[in-house]
Every structure is written in C-alpha cells, then in structure tokens.
Design a protein around this ligand. Structure first.
Ligand SMILES: Nc1ncnc2c1ncn2[C@@H]1O[C@H](COP(=O)(O)OC(=O)[C@@H](N)Cc2c[nH]c3ccccc23)[C@@H](O)[C@H]1O
Length: 303
C-alpha cells in the first residue's frame, strides 16, 4: 500500500512547467505583481525524456515536506467530500487508499512550493484548486501573508468529453481506446476514432450540449482546434450529415496536431537538448522550492 502510494506520488509528477518571468534567483516573497504559471500532468507511459524521472525525483521529497505541513491544516471530511475522491472510490471495490485521499494536498504543495499565481487546469481540477486556495489563505491567516492565492486558468474547452460516452470526460486512462484522441495518434487512428464517435440518430449538425451531448462535443472540439466560434463551425457544416462532419473534424484535429507531432519527433532525436532543458528547469525549480520550503519551516517553527 505504502509503495503504491509512493509510486503514485512519483508517477503523477510527469511534467512541471514553471514559467518564471523573473530572474532565476527570484526572491521567495513575491512583493511585485509578477505572474508564475504552474502546470502539471500525469505521465501514463510517455517517459522517453531520458533522465527525467531522475531529475524530478528529488523534488518529490521536497514537495512531500510541504505536503505534510499542509495536510496538518486540512480536516478529513474536506478531502472526503472532493468529487474526484468520491468518483474514484465508488469505482473501486475497496475503500480507497490514504494516498488517493491526500493526493490533492500533495498537488497543493506542488503549486504553493513555487508561489504560483496562476494554474491552467481543466474543469475536473477546479475543486482541487479551491482546496489550494483555502490552504493558502488558511496558512496566511495563521502565519502571516506568505503564499499568493493561485487562480485557475480555464479555457473554453475546460471539459473535453469522451468520444464514446459524451457524459464522461475524455481521459488518458479510459479502457476504451476509441474514447481518447492522443496527440501522438496517427492520422488513420484519429479518423477511426472520430468515425466511431458516439452521436445520435439526427443527421443534422447542431450545437445543443444538453440535448445532443455527442455532436456538441465534436462541434466544440472543431471550434477549439480551428479557432472559429461555435456558431461559425455550425454555419460552415450546413448540408453535411454527422457522419461526414465527423471526418471533417478529424481532418481539422490532424492538421492541428501535425506541427506538434513533428516537434515531438524532432525533440525525441535530440536527447542532449532535452536533458539540458530538464537540467536547467530542475535547477531553477529546486532553487525556488528550497527557499520557500525553508521559509515555511521557519514560519511553522520547524527551524
Ligand atoms: N477531458 C479533459 N478536458 C479538459 N481538460 C482536461 C481533460 N482531462 C484532463 N484535463 C486537464 O489536463 C491536465 C492534466 O490532466 P491530468 O489528469 O494528467 O492531471 C492530473 O492528474 C493532475 N492532478 C496533475 C497535477 C499534479 N500536480 C499538479 C499541480 C497543478 C496542476 C496539475 C497537477 C489537468 O489540468 C486536467 O484538468
């Protein structure tokens, strides 16, 4: 159980992008209005970035220290009422692990350890962000103004739905391989997934998320990848049935992903460059995290 939690904690640390607009040696206290954007993502298999895991492993122990301090400031029912905990434990046969329960606190530590001000997230993380905000405010109230209260950055596509079940979100861990379009999918795979996307028996293309969730999801994806408004993409689909429309959207997605895929392929061939980027990022993040962690420890009386 403990090992499982640790692996999870490590695994979830796939990618950290801390865009520092200040100097590398930015002071821990953000007295100015500089923004610091922090984002995270689970890895699920695409671990071809050389010594990436090695580089981030040590941060995890720093992150876990702040996580421990924050976990002493949150009451059990607050975590037990989180949607994601409830949804995941309902699906499992057992009661759920402590690691899964406290995971949002560890995520709060990820964010606060860099004094992040903005966090781009999907809708599923909004409740977790509210926990982060409460923790930051609670800490500041007790120990004095210290953490910025980070804001969520939500896009128009804050909840992309599964192509097989438009009542569910698109998820990397969906066992139905046709439900999720991966950035690295081949054009043939993307076409096949859109062709099999669940819609309904009406052949006209309309946008009606409540009444026609499947086709509306595809329309929303189309608008997002083309940069057009929903009204405009619906207008342009006039005369097309949903079967043809799905293929047109597949083409737009293929076109959107093409330069990203090319860049991934290019980067995969340049391991030295990747390692350098990781080393520089890791050093910057360590420096920031170390200072904040030390200050937190002083404030709470550990040092
Ligand atoms: N169908 C969808 N539609 C729209 N947005 C979506 C969809 N699926 C996922 N997202 C968003 O993508 C980000 C990464 O998802 P993960 O599940 O890997 O994301 C996770 O599991 C995080 N716990 C990883 C994490 C760890 N520490 C952090 C600190 C800050 C932000 C994120 C993290 C998330 O923003 C998620 O909301």
């Amino acid at each position: 159980m403990a090992l499982h939690s640790m692996r999870k904690a490590r695994e979830r640390w796939s990618f950290i992008r801390a865009l520092h607009k200040g100097s590398a040696a930015a002071p821990a206290l953000q007295k100015d209005s500089k923004k610091r954007v922090f984002s995270g993502i689970q890895p699920t298999g695409i671990l071809h970035l050389g010594n990436y895991l090695g580089a981030i492993e040590s941060w995890v122990s720093e992150h876990t220290q702040l996580s421990w301090i924050l976990s002493c400031m949150v009451r059990l029912p607050r975590l037990q009422h989180l949607h994601q905990w409830k949804a995941k434990t309902t699906k499992q046969k057992h009661d759920g692990t402590v690691g899964l329960l406290t995971y949002p606190v560890l995520q709060a530590a990820d964010i606060l350890l860099y004094k992040s001000t903005h966090v781009p997230v999907g809708e599923d993380q909004v409740q977790h962000m509210e926990l982060v905000q409460d923790l930051a405010q609670g800490f500041n109230k007790k120990y004095g103004e210290f953490f910025p209260v980070p804001e969520s950055i939500l896009t128009s596509m804050k909840k992309v739905k599964s192509l097989r079940d438009p009542s569910a979100k698109m998820s990397k861990s969906d066992p139905d391989k046709l439900a999720t379009v991966r950035i690295t999918d081949s054009p043939e795979e993307i076409v096949q997934k859109f062709r099999k996307a669940v819609t309904d028996f009406t052949s006209e293309v309309t946008y009606d998320p409540a009444g026609r969730a499947g086709v509306s999801n595809i329309v929303a994806v189309h608008a997002a990848v083309t940069g057009l408004s929903v009204e405009e993409v619906v207008r342009r689909s006039a005369g097309m049935n949903t079967a043809r429309y799905k293929l047109a959207v597949a083409d737009a997605v293929i076109e959107k992903f093409a330069p990203i895929k090319r860049e991934i392929e290019k980067l995969k061939l340049d391991k030295d460059h990747l390692e350098k980027v990781l080393q520089i990022g890791s050093a910057k993040a360590k420096e920031l995290a170390y200072t904040v962690c030390q200050e937190v420890k002083k404030l709470v009386g550990f040092l």
